[in-house]
Write a protein that binds this ligand. Structure first.
Ligand SMILES: O=C(O)C1=C[C@@H](OP(=O)(O)O)[C@@H](O)[C@H](O)C1
Ligand SMILES: C=C(OP(=O)(O)O)C(=O)O
Length: 429
């Protein structure tokens, strides 16, 4: 672990960058490419640590997966040919791998043990374990299966009709994947929309999936059809640079080929509502997941209230939105975001501590934060708590501070954005 010291930049940023592939879509491409029979080629795959965990899990289940930079080739005989893993599966820091793989392992007639790093071992799993138990899988783990390590004895699942008690795409996806491995139709009802990449990709792979209002039904299908997947740029990674351009005077920045699925674009709505200058050039060529180029210019911003149904559409962007809010005039209130306390670290506590150290006027609430702007930031120390989104938020803050920003450790950026510092250098040079 080594400290990183970033000098203040205090000049406009500009240029054109392409952010890495979407993390959520990359995970799902490996999952569906492995469940399907045949050869799936994934391009612009996120070459980050979390997605590698999902690749390793399927290799352990007997799937042949080759990876070269951002291209992944999956050769599978379909899920009926999976083998029982010989060793426990390690999911590292990845909540998405853990929750989605629990759904799949619940449907396979094997005994598996799964575990993760210190952060993942503190994140609740009962949100997926409980419905999967109702479907007939056996689980054991710390706190009756709420925390990793968890052991699963799967197979012989029954379909379920389940209303999500938490606004979570990971829970929805785990149940839909388990539903694929049952005889019958599984229905998930989500009172608030969450990212729908699973539904979109299930359809692309030929699954029998139907969605009306907030009801999603998946019917078992013996064979999915392998299909190639192009992964758009990750809007959650783009968010760091969108905010950078919005808060550094005289900046203008274009991010190319970013995923614009409306279940993910809450950050764009927030920038616009605050008075930001954002323009979008949609790319018509790619049909399954909408993509486009986003240009952001510096502008005067005003604080707003962020809460309710928009929260799942920007949940991972809230740390960088908090930095944005320090540069908006007036008060920004973030509420209904208690889920932030259950991420890689307690992101409400980590953001409030980090930005306070830099001189922001910010306070924590039970389910969010209140930020009083507009506050010049002085600089100081930020502890990332090994959370990639906190480390990148702190790095972006150094573009507007008067003095150095010192981050305890930035190695976590490799989880979702391995080239983050290269792109930061590019837009600042
Ligand atoms: O399904 C996914 O790929 C994800 C869903 C979200 O988590 P929740 O489902 O816990 O809200 C998000 O925070 C995470 O980064 C990725
Ligand atoms: C919460 C995140 O990911 P995961 O849940 O997959 O660890 C994230 O990437 O911000």
């Amino acid at each position: 672990m080594s400290e990183v010291r970033l000098n203040p930049h205090s000049k406009a940023i500009s240029g054109v960058i392409q952010v890495p592939g979407d993390k959520s879509i990359s995970h799902r491409a490996v999952i569906l490419g492995s469940l399907a029979k045949g050869r799936t080629k994934v391009t612009h795959f996120l070459d980050g640590e979390d997605c590698m965990r999902t690749i390793h899990a399927f290799r352990a289940l007997g799937v042949t997966i080759e990876k070269s930079d951002q291209t992944v080739l999956i050769q599978s005989d379909g899920f009926s040919s999976f083998i029982e893993p010989k060793e426990p599966l390690y999911f590292g820091n990845s909540g998405t791998t853990a929750r989605l793989m629990l759904g799949i392992l619940a449907g396979l007639p094997f005994f598996t043990t799964v575990y993760g790093d210190a952060s993942l071992s503190k994140r609740p799993m009962n949100r997926v374990v409980s419905p999967l138990k109702q479907m007939g899988a056996y689980f054991d783990g710390r706190s009756e299966g709420d925390y990793l390590p968890i052991s699963i004895r799967g197979g012989n699942l029954s379909p379920i009709k389940y209303t999500l008690p938490v606004k979570s795409a990971q829970v929805k996806s785990a149940i839909l994947f388990a539903g694929l491995l049952t005889d019958g139709t599984t229905e998930v009802i989500e009172p608030t929309s969450t990212r729908d990449h699973t539904e979109i990709m299930l359809q692309a792979f030929g699954a029998d999936v139907a969605k009306s209002d907030q009801h999603i039904k998946v019917t078992n299908k013996q064979q999915l059809t392998a299909t190639d997947v192009f992964v758009p740029g990750d809007i959650s990674s783009a968010a760091f640079f969108l905010v950078a351009a919005a808060i550094v005077p005289n900046s203008t920045l274009t991010l190319e080929n970013v995923g614009l699925n409306k279940t993910r674009t809450g950050i764009i709505d927030v920038l616009k509502q605050m008075g930001g200058s954002v323009s979008i050039n949609a790319n018509e060529a790619i049909k399954t997941e909408p993509t486009g180029d986003i240009t952001v210019d510096y502008s005067e911003l005003t604080g707003i209230t962020i809460g309710g149904d928009i929260i799942p559409r920007l949940i991972d962007e809230l740390p960088i939105i908090a930095l944005l809010a320090t540069q908006a005039k007036g008060k920004t209130v973030i509420r209904d975001a208690g889920e932030l306390r259950l991420k890689e670290t307690d992101r409400i506590a980590a953001v409030v501590e980090g930005l306070s150290n830099l001189g922001a006027r910010i306070e924590a609430t039970e389910d969010g934060m209140i930020i009083h702007g507009q506050t010049p930031l002085k600089g100081g120390h930020v502890t990332s708590y090994d959370d990639h989104r906190i480390a990148m938020m702190a790095a972006i803050s150094s573009l507007i501070t008067k003095e150095d920003v010192v981050i305890d450790d930035t190695s976590s950026v490799a989880i979702s954005y391995p080239g983050f510092f290269d792109d930061l250098n590019q837009v600042t040079s």
